[in-house]
Design a protein around this ligand. Structure first.
Ligand SMILES: [Fe+2]
Ligand SMILES: [Fe+2]
Length: 165
């Protein structure tokens, strides 16, 4: 697989998650605009919960491969990347904690607590998506740079690791 093809594949994997967040954004917007009756609200919250659960699972899997295989190898092969990789790992933590926070908000709403504020949930989601998009761009940039710089076995290992995403 060529470098650009590999990069395209990673972007596609990132896009899969992004589509879930697009659905979720629509759900939160519907809840915020309050065009629905109670029963439909309940269904919207159920959709939101399912999307958040799916997103969190996908994120944990994707970030796990990145941190345990790709980043670890890059830290050894290209030590000067360490600081940027630290930044990406911090990003993973921040993103997961935001999604967990949103999940708590939705769970509270499903439990009938009046503390749920759809506008606040929507804003938090949109902010998270902006962080995710910056994260993904920075990450693909690092992977492409590393592919250019590495050769031999190290390049082969990186390719194999990236193909797991
Ligand atoms: Fe990442
Ligand atoms: Fe990623």
């Amino acid at each position: 697989m060529q470098n650009q093809e590999l990069a395209h594949r990673i972007v596609q994997d990132h896009d899969k998650l992004d589509r879930t967040f697009t659905d979720l954004e629509r759900t939160f917007t519907d809840l915020k605009d309050d065009n629905f009756d109670r029963r439909q609200d309940h269904e919207l919250l159920e959709d939101a919960r399912a999307d958040l659960n799916f997103a969190l699972e996908e994120m944990l899997e994707h970030f796990g491969v990145e941190e345990e295989a790709i980043f670890q190898h890059l830290r050894q092969a290209l030590p000067d990347l360490s600081e940027r990789l630290d930044g990406l790992e911090e990003g993973h933590e921040a993103l997961c904690s935001r999604v967990t926070q949103l999940r708590k908000m939705v769970a509270a709403a499903e439990a009938g607590l009046k503390t749920f504020d759809p506008a606040a949930a929507l804003e938090s989601l949109q902010q998270m998506r902006r962080i995710l998009s910056l994260h993904n761009n920075a990450e693909v940039q690092i992977f492409l740079e590393a592919l250019e710089r590495l050769d031999g076995d190290d390049q082969r290992i990186l390719r194999e690791n990236l193909e797991q995403l």
